[in-house]
Design a protein around this ligand. Structure first.
Ligand SMILES: Nc1nc2c(c(=O)[nH]1)N[C@H]1C(S)=C(S)[C@@H](COP(=O)(O)OP(=O)(O)OC[C@H]3O[C@@H](n4cnc5c(=O)[nH]c(N)nc54)[C@H](O)[C@@H]3O)O[C@H]1N2
Ligand SMILES: Nc1nc2c(c(=O)[nH]1)N[C@H]1C(S)=C(S)[C@@H](COP(=O)(O)OP(=O)(O)OC[C@H]3O[C@@H](n4cnc5c(=O)[nH]c(N)nc54)[C@H](O)[C@@H]3O)O[C@H]1N2
Ligand code: SF4
Ligand SMILES: [Mo]
Length: 906
């Protein structure tokens, strides 16, 4: 008799997890993925999952899976070299790694240049951490590990939003308060593809409610297709559109139309900017000054009972404090309010001016600005969990195409400015931050709020003063040396300029720092930088120079082609891990509960795939690090501390523990965590129930109440700290003779000035590649696919079958009229050439793409990954230059490139 049972687990294949699901198992074979209906009422999508987890069953039984460790026998590495894989036993694989690690440890953990000898790269916006069991505990026990050799995420992801969002409103990522929002202006935020199951549900509900969404992007994405309006903006001109919206609000409307109380009390708008560009301050307390309408004089910002003036120019006494403690004493200086400086900066940026830049009519830009203002319901309030809060149901969203590289600072600043002008930041209906990584722990966004003496949120900038600046880079991209806003905490390294590390390894950047040596041992897991990053052919050549690479792998791929050892770990539905659930997280994952969810094997691992926790423990044992490793787990590296004042489930540090023993202890701590210490149920409980939660106060979706309680202000419009830090950083670097970061230093502007980005790109290409920009008349862009999680599930036939029904999955999208002009017909093969690479694909003629733009959806271009390599789907990545002129001040670089196209014979 056949038996069937259901197993509860989670999916975290994309950034929008974890989402819960169940898997049906018949006679030991996983057959079907289904919702987890137990999650109804807790999970915002009521326990349902998106399409991607439906591929997980096929993922288990994929005939192309690697099921035994592989060893390279060909010492020559190269794209055209056959690695000569032979299967080996785990024993040999683990011993080989341990021997190498022990030799490194006996010598020195860092090389002669001070860089860690062991490196680790993972991808998919750090989601692999939710699949790698206790490997993070092993790395923590090891000591310095270089994580600067990033995969495709990091600098090509939501980079500028991550850092500035977190500085301004604890918003590593942002989200509209979709359940309440009524009007969204989105600059390439492709939420219907990128948002996950909760977004699909929330946005469908919002549409039924009548929400208006304006999608502004060069091609008609599926989000554009379901929006109220699509505006095909010229690529890389979004700052002009946004500045024109600011112009309308600040020049064509009166101040009284804006949220005056919010601007006065919750922002730095009234702070006075002195002649040298720094805030005017009280000479004794050094507190910033404002002009008080009541007393008709200057007062420090936190004086009770004042009425700060928002616009205007005043003459007053005070000091300015510049870089490196430079102080200017003024007896009578002319100063403008920060909002006044902003107003003047956007004066030339009229809708008529922007229309020429963006290729969108001035009347449309003006209408969008006006609709945005009118939908904001300024003055209205809402009762929320016993508290009266502003209600501002509007949001401006930015997508990945405008969120990194040059111009991104302008975009995130202007977007957040629009939100503060209407008082819509961090209030019900408006724009919310969802997680923190730099300024605090991701699950405790409220706990990251700390006051700065100037009245803003404190922020852990890396020091740039003479005494504390870290002149010696700690890893191959030197994030604590070069990029103050990245911070220095555990996750900051992932957000450094990963493009710089790869270019340095190629000897073509940061010349005065010298060319770094590759790591002695490189671990790569669940990412494919040789597909997902830029100038990928060159990257492959760099990988070929690495002396020893250990890839944890699911199938053969373009990165592990260069590895020395390939290890098959037990995958998504085959292994154990407990992670946090709920609270607020990433896109739309705003819950009213929070707790823990288990991933558990629904079937036995195939072949000799091993649980990552087992692998980590074996490595710890063989490198003499067992005690340190167990100590890390006890301290919380596996999710939460195993010992607090309330409970003690800590592991005996002297012993190796099985996978189940380890996670049983973590489960017990999690049970205690959600029950205030009363429960101590372990792994069996979670195996049966799947998850355990406690309520999460909805008021914690919003930062505003906390800001109000602490009397804090959002640090906008004027970036005085950024200005000061930039000057200090410039001084430090120049003292060391470093001039190769000068272009990036330009970005330390207190208000980002508008730049002609199309010109910036053209000039950079002409300078670097000796080409004529006019010969490269198209922008090549990329876009998300709902069915694919990056390149993570490209090897699954079922996913392909679903995706083939969605436009963009079988070629290069090109405007139909332009194609006709060029004699290109549907399905014709076209060659796409950038100054650094060339690729081909079939033309997909559409009306929904600008005549100066072509689009390659997803992350393909595989030449090794089984199944994916036969899809004939090109990728833009090999065509995108790694070029220091295109790296911005935060170290990021956009995923877009100027190209030319021609028809070739198929
Ligand atoms: N063309 C293009 N490129 C892009 C982007 C784009 O939009 N277009 N976006 C960029 C952005 S924002 C990001 S965040 C990055 C993400 O890019 P990456 O960080 O590189 O991540 P993935 O592409 O998801 O990596 C997928 C790899 O993981 C392997 N894998 C899948 N499942 C398993 C498993 O169970 N176990 C193991 N060991 N390996 C597995 C797959 O074989 C594949 O090689 O891409 C960037 N690159
Ligand atoms: N299903 C799924 N969901 C995902 C992921 C996934 O791989 N699969 N990845 C996750 C990750 S790591 C990320 S970073 C996000 C990305 O999520 P999004 O930013 O929402 O989506 P993308 O489609 O990558 O963004 C590209 C869009 O930007 C537009 N664009 C390009 N250049 C410009 C420009 O200059 N101006 C304007 N206005 N638009 C432009 C393109 O036309 C395209 O529609 O998705 C996350 N969610
Ligand atoms: S949105 Fe889909 S792929 Fe992403 S974590 Fe949720 S179920 Fe998995
Ligand atoms: Mo990303």
């Amino acid at each position: 008799m056949s038996t069937t049972h259901k197993v509860a687990t989670y999916c975290y294949q994309c950034v929008n997890g974890p989402d819960m699901l169940t898997v049906e198992v018949t006679d030991g074979v996983a057959t079907t993925v289904a919702p987890n209906f137990e999650a109804k009422g807790y999970h915002p999508a009521d326990g349902k999952v998106c399409v991607k987890p439906y591929g997980l069953v096929q993922k288990i039984y994929n005939p192309n899976r690697l099921l035994k460790p592989l060893k390279r026998t060909n010492p020559n590495k190269g794209r055209n070299e056959d690695p000569g894989w032979i299967e080996i036993e785990w024993e040999e694989a683990l011993d080989t790694i341990a021997t190498r690690l022990n030799a490194i440890r006996a010598n020195s953990l860092v090389d002669e240049q001070g860089y860690p000898r062991v490196a680790f790269t993972t991808g998919g916006a750090a989601t692999p951490y939710f699949y790698m069991g206790t490997f993070a505990s092993f790395l923590a026990a090891w000591g310095p590990v270089d994580q600067s050799l990033g995969a495709g995420g990091t600098v090509k992801c939501y980079h500028t939003e991550h850092v500035y969002g977190e500085l301004w409103h604890r918003a590593f990522t942002v989200c509209p308060d979709t359940p309440r929002c009524e009007y969204i202006v989105s600059f390439g935020n492709n939420i219907d593809a990128s948002g996950g199951v909760t977004s699909v549900r929330r946005h469908a509900d919002a549409r039924a409610r009548g929400i208006k969404r304006i999608q502004i992007e060069p091609h008609l994405s599926i989000t554009g297709a379901s929006a109220s309006e699509w505006l095909p903006i010229r690529p890389k001109t979004d700052p002009a559109f946004l500045y024109a919206m600011l112009h309308v609000l600040l020049h064509e409307r009166s101040l009284a139309d804006l949220d005056v109380p919010f601007l006065k009390q919750r922002t730095g708008s009234p702070y006075l900017v002195g002649p040298n560009g720094f805030f005017m301050r009280d000479p004794v307390s050094r507190k910033p000054l404002m002009w008080d309408a009541k007393s008709g004089g200057a007062v420090v910002f936190d004086t009770p009972g004042i009425d700060p003036v928002l616009l205007g120019e005043f003459t007053l006494a005070g000091i300015e404090v510049g870089a490196d403690e430079q102080v200017w004493q003024h007896t009578s200086a002319t100063a403008q309010t920060a909002l006044e400086v902003t107003r003047r900066m956007v004066a030339p940026h009229t809708p008529e001016w922007a229309a020429q830049v963006c290729d969108i009519p001035a009347a449309t830009i003006r209408r969008i600005a006006t609709e945005f203002l009118e939908h904001a319901r300024i003055g209205e309030t809402i009762e929320f969990e016993g508290r009266t809060l502003p209600f501002r149901p509007v949001a401006v969203m930015l997508g990945k195409g405008v969120n990194n590289g040059w111009g991104a600072y302008e975009c995130v600043w202007a977007r957040t400015m629009l939100m503060i002008l209407v008082g819509g930041l961090e209030v019900p209906g408006g724009l919310l931050g969802s997680t923190v990584h730099i300024s605090g722990m991701d699950f405790d966004r409220m706990g990251s709020v700390a006051p700065h003496p100037d009245g803003f949120l404190d922020y852990p900038f890396n020091p740039t003063d003479k005494e504390h600046w870290e002149s010696q880079p700690q890893n191959r991209h030197g994030h604590t040396t070069l990029i103050p806003i990245i911070g220095g905490g555990i996750t900051s390294q992932l957000m450094g300029s990963t493009v710089l590390s790869w270019m340095r390894l190629q000897g073509r950047a940061a010349e005065s720092w010298g060319k770094p040596k590759p790591p002695d041992l490189w671990f790569v897991y669940r990412c494919n930088p040789n597909i997902s990053f830029s100038e990928t052919d060159k990257m492959g050549e760099t990988m070929a120079t690495f002396p020893f690479t250990v890839a944890f792998s699911y199938t053969q791929d373009e990165t592990n082609h260069f590895a020395d050892l390939v290890l098959p770990e037990a995958i998504d539905l085959e292994s154990t891990q407990l992670i946090r659930l709920g609270g607020t997280h990433y896109f739309e994952q705003f819950w009213d509960s929070q707790g823990w969810v288990l991933r558990q094997p629904v079937v036995k691992p195939q072949g000799e795939a091993k649980d990552f926790t087992w692998i980590s423990t074996e490595l710890a044992k063989r490198t003499g690090l067992l005690e340190a490793y167990n100590t890390m787990i006890n301290m919380g590296a596996a999710g939460l501390p195993l010992k607090t004042e309330q409970y003690d489930f800590s592991l005996d540090v002297s012993k190796a523990h099985s996978v189940d023993e380890t996670w049983d202890a973590v489960c017990r701590a999690a049970s205690a965590d959600v029950t205030g210490g009363t429960a101590s149920d372990g792994l069996d409980y979670f195996k049966e129930k799947g998850f355990r939660v406690k309520p999460f106060p909805k008021i914690n979706w919003y930062l505003y109440p906390r800001m109000e309680d602490l009397g804090l202000r959002f640090e906008l419009p004027y970036q005085e700290r950024v200005l000061r830090i930039g000057k200090q950083l410039a001084a430090r670097l120049h003292e060391q003779g470093v001039t190769w970061w000068d272009r990036q230093l330009h970005e330390y502007e207190p208000l980002p000035t508008w730049k002609d980005l199309n010109k910036l790109w053209s000039e950079a290409y002409e300078r670097s590649y000796g080409i004529k920009a006019k010969d490269y008349p198209f922008w090549l862009l990329t876009a998300r696919s709902m069915q694919y999680a990056w390149g993570g599930n490209v090897s699954l036939q079922m996913i392909r079958e679903v995706a083939a029904n969605i436009a963009g999955h079988d070629g290069i999208m090109i405007n139909a009229r332009i194609a006709e002009d060029m004699g290109i017909e549907q399905g014709d093969r076209i060659e796409v050439t950038s100054p650094v690479g060339v690729t081909t694909g079939r033309a997909l003629l559409r009306q929904g793409v600008r005549p100066d733009t072509i689009v390659m959806v997803g992350q393909f271009g595989h030449w090794k990954t089984p199944y994916a390599k036969d899809l004939d789907m090109p990728s833009l990545n090999n065509l995108v230059p790694m070029n220091m002129d295109l790296v911005d001040g935060t170290g990021s670089a956009v995923d877009a490139v100027l190209v030319k196209i021609k028809k070739i014979r198929s």
